[in-house]
Design a protein. Sequence first.
Length: 415
Amino acid sequence: MDKQRFIYANIVKHLRRKEFTIVTGARQTGKTTILKQLFKHLKAEGKKVWLITFEKEEILRGINKDPENIFQFTSRPKNPLFELQDEPFYILVDEVQYASNPSNFLKYLYDTYQPHLKIIATGSSSFYLDTKFKDSLSGRKRIFTLPTLSFDEYLIFKERQYLFDELQQIRETPEYKSLQHIEIMQMFDDYILYGGYPEVVLAETRKDKLLLLEEIKNSYIKRDIFESKVENEQKFYQLLVVLASQTGNLLNKFELSKSLRIDVKTVDRYINVLQKCFHITIINPFHRNLKKELLKMPKVFLNDLGLRNLLINNFIDIHIRSDKGQLFENYVFLRLMQLYREDEIKFWRTADQKEVDFVVNTSTGTSLALEVKFSPDNLNRKKYNKFIQSYPDIPLSYVTYETNEIGNVSSVLKI
């Protein structure tokens, strides 16, 4: 039986909504699996449901001529202007971005057949969702973004439910000392090295994990390059490798332009493609003065740790590698992305290079700041006095991998 992603329950809830449901994310994160699970779910409820893919030339040719041609492959719902229908028909579309104009396709079906028709569609890249899903779809869709597996999901996929339960206990009880701490951290070490692509997580051996990550790099990112019409594949890969090696650093497009010998506009476009294909995320600096905030350089993080390690060709144990601090900070960023909206996560940095790794400022008024260190021995709390004095309303916490007390739980497990 296919294991369910945590986002699955929210998608199922949305099936009752009139808006079309769009599931997007990087390739190989499990979107097609979710679509098949939804198909089984709807079938079990006795709904009228069809599952089709736009990777089939015959289907794609037909709908590119006329959206009505979709009903050559499914039953046709009744037109609500003229006839009533007891329940909506459900059409599940895989790889909707391959349509020549997916926005027009979805808009036409929504405006013509809703509420008698519900579309659930997947799309591999928001590069296409952004450029083709125009403003005309406003109010007609909800987008769910599927990342690679979180560490919590990793434990479920590895059939370690008891460790997942223990992890929740650690988070809920401030001074809890776990008997499973060592085992959880062993699993965490595997996750932080090989990342969260579902097939990679389920692979049994190190060799298989590396082969699957190579396939993602060589085949699926290559498809992103081809379909986004990147003209210089070599420079694009070089940029991705540089960004992987500089995860958590300031993003200086002018320096990247000089080192890669491409113009700044090209750097900017390639970074945009990497964002829209869900390979990187860029966060902005935090400042209460918005103008100052917009003038400062952002920071960049990779969206999967396994892919990041493959790009820099480093799968050495985290305890003995020189970039362990960067790798650990990238994990904390990914954890924050599970808990908060992307635009709520920022960092703080001054002209004299005083810095706090993450500042979260939510729309509901919740604020927090996190400073990330691999070892608590590297933590000099005096360095953060300026932040504490400037923002006394934002509590600052310290997140470490190692502990300086025997039997204590690594603070990273508590976030």
